[in-house]
Design a protein around this ligand. Structure first.
Ligand SMILES: Cc1ncc(COP(=O)(O)O)c(C=O)c1O
Length: 422
């Protein structure tokens, strides 16, 4: 596979990680995280910009604090995520909560300053009954989606996220009944790199804004795609932002309303900062006409995306002894689950496609790239009783800092209770 970007986990770094923390281990590059954050903060916005990190992508407090220090705000997807942000020292005023499930702790969160984004009519009703006469955000499904598969599409008629755009009259009726001010319009439609799609969504949102005179901020969500392997598209925030900014300027000229912009990337900020360092723990093949397998000490317990939706990740093998030869390998995870494969065929999640890698031996180091977003955050946790892997921050000065310990077996079972005597 063609080189996409220079790896920050060099063979030396991978060895240091294994020596100090064992494998598998996530490594997060502070330099890459900061680079992505700077790019997001430069998103064109003529009337003000707020960049929120969608913490579902990587909620480790070390990452939250680094981004907070750079001036970013945050998007939480559950009451628990919002609470986690507060526990990491992030003030409520910098948190927006857009959740599928109405949080049980909604009152306490809003009283801590968290901004609520009502994602359904039921949520709007629940908020209104708790906080009549206050301001909030509403999430609308604008009728368009652009995710790369059904499992990542979060807009359009087949998505349950947000209030369907044709239900605006009900929104206004509920808001009126509770004397609520709808100050923010939110719409997140899924991963995309095409500036034209963003321009269309901006235009649709601005049409909706005409019916919502109190809205001062438009939140366009996240979904800015990054390329994890060669051939994948990477969102260009300047190009996307130019289209969105023009739409906002035209709207301001026509209506006199200067709408501030929010974006809430998860993938764009976190995906490329992460790599997973693993060890080849076995080799297998299915005969002369069959396939060759490289078996790792990681898999869907640390990186579920390939099994879940056929996501592609760069894989580098660092052999202890370089034979100068390569081989075609399917890369298998360590779970007793035939779907635990790290080499799905591109565009065909049910298929497999071998990668050309240096000839491998047991004990070689293997680095899986693009593992900063939706990996440590979204594992098949503790399946086969594998403990959660540690998270390590590669600081800008080159040092390695442990930011989450490896889970112990005792921690894994600590909440279990013996059966009562019968
Ligand atoms: C409301 C909302 N905002 C932001 C994001 C982040 O999306 P991404 O990681 O694709 O940028 C998501 C992802 O599901 C989301 O649901």
């Amino acid at each position: 596979m063609e080189e996409l970007f220079s790896p920050f986990v060099t063979p030396e770094t991978a060895r240091s990680v294994r020596d100090q923390f064992g494998t598998p281990a996530y490594v997060y590059s502070e330099a890459v995280l900061r680079r992505q954050a700077r790019e997001a903060l430069a998103f064109p916005a003529p009337f003000g910009l707020c960049v929120r990190f969608a913490i579902k992508a990587c909620p480790n407090a070390a990452i939250l604090r680094l981004l907070s220090g750079m001036g970013l705000s945050f998007d939480a997807s559950s009451g628990y995520e919002a609470e986690r942000l507060l526990m990491a020292g992030i003030p409520g005023s910098r948190i927006s909560l857009s959740s599928q499930e109405t949080p049980a702790n909604l009152r306490a969160l809003v009283e801590s300053g968290v901004r609520y984004d009502a994602c359904s009519l039921h949520q709007l009703e629940a908020y209104g009954s708790l906080f009549p006469g206050t301001a909030l955000s509403i999430r609308i499904n604008p009728g368009l989606g652009s995710g790369h598969s059904n499992r990542t599409n979060v807009g359009g008629p087949s998505s349950s996220f947000g209030i369907w755009h044709e239900k605006l009259p009900q929104v206004l009726e509920t808001a009126g009944r509770y004397n609520l001010r709808l100050e923010v319009l939110h719409s997140h439609i899924g991963s995309g790199a095409d500036p034209e799609v963003w321009a269309r969504v901006a235009a649709m949102n601005l049409e909706t804004l005409r019916l919502l005179p109190e809205v001062t901020t438009l939140n366009m969500g996240g979904g800015f795609k990054v390329a994890r392997v060669a051939g994948e598209k990477q969102a260009n925030l300047q190009k996307i932002g130019a289209k969105v900014a023009k739409a906002l300027e035209d709207f301001a000229r026509e209506t006199g309303r200067k709408i501030a912009l929010e974006i809430e990337p998860g993938t764009f900020l976190a995906a490329q900062m992460g790599a997973l360092v693993a060890t080849v723990q076995d080799l297998a093949d299915t005969g002369a006409e069959g396939r060759r397998f490289l078996k790792l000490d990681t898999g869907m317990t640390e990186i579920l995306r390939p099994s879940l939706y056929g996501a592609q990740h760069g894989i580098r093998l660092y052999p202890q002894k370089d034979t100068g030869r390569t081989a075609e390998y399917l890369v298998a995870g360590h779970c007793c689950e035939s779907g635990d494969m790290l080499t799905p065929a591109p565009g065909d999640p049910e298929g497999l496609l071998a990668r050309t890698l240096p000839e491998a031996a047991i004990g070689d180091l293997c680095v899986i790239e693009g593992a900063g977003a939706y990996c440590a955050a979204m594992p098949a946790k503790n399946y086969n009783s594998f403990p959660e892997a540690p998270e390590v921050l590669l600081r800008s000065d080159g040092s390695l800092q442990l930011v989450r310990r490896r889970q112990s077996l005792a921690q894994m079972i600590e909440n279990e209770l013996p059966p009562s005597e019968v």
